[in-house]
Design a binder for this molecule. Structure first.
Ligand code: FE2
Ligand code: FE2
Length: 275
């Protein structure tokens, strides 16, 4: 555990956002591309978050510090709530006619394969990598209001809530991973190797799911939509461009998730969430 940074309190919040069949198909600014990019992420969350919980719990006994033990518990509660709310969204998407079951089956197959063929330490490193990605995306989402501009209000609140909690618990899997590794050297090379694997695999899968959703809406062969999406993701506001420095920082030997201080950002949103 790092001692020199502000650790956020990890709070269990049981919030039902009431996502139901009244949700419009293109709930983000009436834009199929922007909506489906986030839908593709959402579908992987419930199964992915259960995988995170299993990976962390496998080594949770390594935590001797009472604060870290409490953080693991709060992390588990937060991820379980995220899974529940995103499952509600995924169920709605399925009823809207999107290939949710196909996506879920593909994501589940990948995770099962990982659990069957790779050692527990590598799976925990993969979890820490994906937690780093979610924390970076959460940070850009909380920093830049334009990312969720004109989103359906329930969805806007749900994504902001998820982003807040990802920021709060961003160091938990990493801290358990550091304790689980046999040495600092092993901790470094395994997490770097895992990040390389995760980056290739994760973006390939998200892109695939995104394409399946666009195909369902008959938007796949419309170049203008792709140009708008490309500009949105890598130009302005450019969330995928903005996470690059934080992504590269992962490979530094002295990296720790709490080196990026997001406490001011959280204070603002926690006030909004309470209203
Ligand atoms: Fe989550
Ligand atoms: Fe998380």
């Amino acid at each position: 555990m790092t001692e020199n940074t502000d650790r956020q309190q990890i709070v269990h919040r049981d919030i039902d956002f009431g996502i139901d069949d009244t949700l419009p198909k293109h709930w983000l600014d009436n834009c199929p591309h922007r909506t489906h990019f986030l839908n593709a992420l959402s579908i992987t969350f419930p199964e992915g978050e259960r995988f995170f919980i299993r990976s962390v719990h496998r080594f949770a006994h390594k935590a001797e510090d009472s604060q870290l033990k409490a953080d693991v518990k709060a992390f588990t509660q937060q991820e379980a709530m995220h899974g529940r709310e995103h499952q509600n969204l995924n169920d709605v998407l399925e009823r809207q006619g999107y290939p949710v079951q196909r996506v879920e089956a593909s994501a589940t197959r990948d995770l099962r394969r990982l659990e069957k063929y790779t050692p527990p330490l590598f799976r925990l490193a993969v979890t820490a990598c994906l937690e780093h990605y979610t924390a970076l995306l959460a940070e850009v989402l909380l920093k830049d209001d334009s990312l969720l501009k004109n989103a359906e209000p329930r969805m806007q609140k749900m994504w902001q809530w998820h982003a807040i909690e990802e920021s709060e618990h961003k160091a938990v899997a990493y801290d358990i991973y550091q304790l689980a590794a046999k040495s600092k050297w092993q901790a470094w090379w395994v997490r770097c190797f895992a990040m390389f694997h995760v980056t290739l695999r994760f973006f390939f899968k998200i892109l695939t799911f995104y394409i399946w959703f666009l195909k369902e809406d008959k938007q796949l062969w419309k170049p203008k939509g792709w140009l708008v999406a490309w500009w949105f993701l890598f130009g302005k506001p450019g969330p995928l461009r903005k996470i690059i420095p934080g992504y590269l920082a992962w490979y530094k030997p002295g990296f720790h998730p709490l080196n990026r201080d997001t406490s001011n950002l959280l204070a603002r949103y926690l006030e909004e969430l309470a209203n």
